[in-house]
Design a protein around this ligand. Structure first.
Ligand SMILES: [Fe+2]
Length: 502
């Protein structure tokens, strides 16, 4: 029988343990194998995250693991302003999430955790500013499929000290097993577990694998994240009642969806608002205010209220006014929030969301992709009507999902003459679409270039597109202008790459 530490001490207390010590009683175990992260900054608080990896040595395993955390004004952690302690355990997969409160707005803080006598790295969040704000810089990205390549894009975002926050617009993980998507490139990044993930333990293992990546750990350490899920955090082309990639033999969708949501809240630095939707699920749509400059609305176009996708070419269903992409609760919340933002004099309204809002249509009536807003035209029209009727201005929509770079005018009827293609007359705002971190859309080829040019000719609302590169978008906003800069990397299948502004 193995002598556990507890058994040894019990025995020692009784004076009957005579076995020699075979190991020192100081574990060399490193508890912070998945890094640290911060997220959802508000003016007075920010989420701090870590995971304490359980000790693999049975002599040191504990059902409940204690930790402490501290927050300071300096990276040397001398001027401590907040601290605390707690315990974590298997019910939350040994993750730790702190909502550090009582902070000062517009301030850079530093934080770290400690457990098992070890210190975590030091991270750096920034609280949201209040009052007048002259300039803000956000990076936004999406679609970070671990098997598809190295996270060179995260590495580059981590290197930008000027960022106030990073928005991740979804597909932070992918659910597929080996051979499912983006594998086969011999990078040693095959998915773990080696199967499609469908239940809680699978989802937890998948996040754990992603978070061992040094570039992902570094970008979380450097910047606070504001995240929303897309479909692959649960299953491809998810909607409120199912998913394209949820099939017979994979159990009930409700159960899979609950497991995916639970793991997301365990592993992502996101605040749990406590708002529950009609289905009894936690919601993630929420708002952030950056001084008098920006109201940022983060949307959930997947699980909160999306009706099932229309079949290809089924324009009748795509136009059905009873269908919604956001669900009626979220639509109402967004419309009210946009009006309130105007009334309170905030300069810009920014929507961080998953699927393309602009029309990707050959003619007004023929959508190419029913999974995006084109497949929910009444839902989009209700939003456009509200924007027009309420005179809502200075609107930007930030989008992920499609693994390629696009800039659009948000035009209610881009194929009609009263939209001014050159002047932008009739446009309600702009839409900026980020390429994937590693997920691709088209291979680099002359055909892809021709395709970009052809799209530009066919779509009056399209200002520019690039279909082949991976990267992210830097949004640089002041009171007088907003600029989106597309940064691309030339490869994700090598650690040696070039990074450039288009
Ligand atoms: Fe994706």
């Amino acid at each position: 029988m193995a002598i556990t530490r507890r058994r040894f001490f019990q025995g020692a207390a009784l004076g009957i343990a005579t076995l020699p010590l075979l190991k020192t009683f100081a574990s060399t175990h490193q508890p912070f194998q998945h890094g640290i992260a911060s997220g959802d900054p508000l003016a007075d608080r920010v989420i701090l995250w870590t995971r304490i990896t359980p000790d693999a040595d049975p002599d040191f395993q504990q059902a409940i693991v204690p930790y402490s955390w501290e927050m300071a004004l300096d990276p040397q952690m001398n001027q401590i302003v907040q601290s605390g302690q707690g315990v974590t355990g298997p019910q939350v997969d040994y993750t730790v999430k702190i909502d550090a409160e009582g902070l000062v707005s517009g301030t850079v803080y530093y934080y770290r955790f400690s457990s098992n006598g070890k210190l975590s790295p030091v991270g750096r969040p920034r609280t949201l500013p209040e009052g007048h704000l002259s300039r803000l810089r956000l990076a936004f990205c999406s679609c970070s499929n671990y098997p598809a390549g190295y996270f060179n894009v995260y590495r580059e975002i981590a290197r930008r000290p000027e960022l106030d926050a990073v928005l991740h617009l979804g597909d932070y993980i992918y659910e597929y097993g080996p051979g499912g998507y983006g594998t086969g490139n011999n990078l040693g990044r095959d998915p773990i577990p080696a199967k499609e993930i469908t239940v809680l333990q699978d989802y937890r293992q998948r996040y754990a694998q992603y978070r061992t990546d040094p570039d992902l750990q570094e970008v979380h350490r450097q910047h606070p994240f504001i995240c929303v899920w897309d479909d692959h955090e649960s299953a491809n082309d998810a909607w409120k009642g199912g998913a394209q990639n949820h099939n017979d033999g994979e159990g009930a969708w409700e159960s899979r969806r609950n497991d995916a949501i639970q793991t997301y809240f365990e592993w992502m630095p996101i605040r749990e608002s406590g708002i529950i939707d009609h289905f009894g699920h936690k919601t993630i749509y929420r708002r952030f205010r950056f001084g008098d400059l920006i109201d940022l609305f983060m949307l959930d176009t997947r699980l909160a209220g999306r009706d099932q996708q229309a079949l290809p070419l089924d324009v009748k269903v795509a136009k059905d006014p009873s269908r919604s992409l956001l669900g009626l609760d979220q639509e109402q919340w967004l419309h009210n929030g946009l009006s309130q933002s105007m009334n309170e004099g905030v300069r810009w309204r920014v929507l961080g969301q998953q699927v393309m809002m602009s029309q990707l249509t050959i003619s007004q009536d023929l959508p190419i992709n029913m999974d995006q807003w084109d497949g929910y035209q009444a839902s989009r029209q209700r939003l456009f009507d509200h924007i027009q009727n309420q005179g809502i201005n200075n609107l930007m929509v930030l989008t992920g999902d499609i693994h390629s770079s696009w800039a659009f005018d948000l035009a209610p009827k881009p194929h009609f003459p009263h939209y001014g293609r050159i002047s932008g007359y009739g446009a309600l705002g702009g839409e900026f679409v980020t390429p994937g971190v590693t997920s691709g859309f088209a291979e680099k080829s002359d055909l892809a270039k021709v395709g970009s040019a052809a799209l530009d000719g066919v779509l009056p609302n399209l200002k520019w597109t690039n279909l082949t590169e991976r990267g992210y978008v830097l949004l640089d906003i002041s009171h007088s202008r907003a600029k989106a800069h597309w940064y691309h990397v030339d490869t994700v299948t090598s650690r040696h790459y070039n990074h450039y502004l288009l």
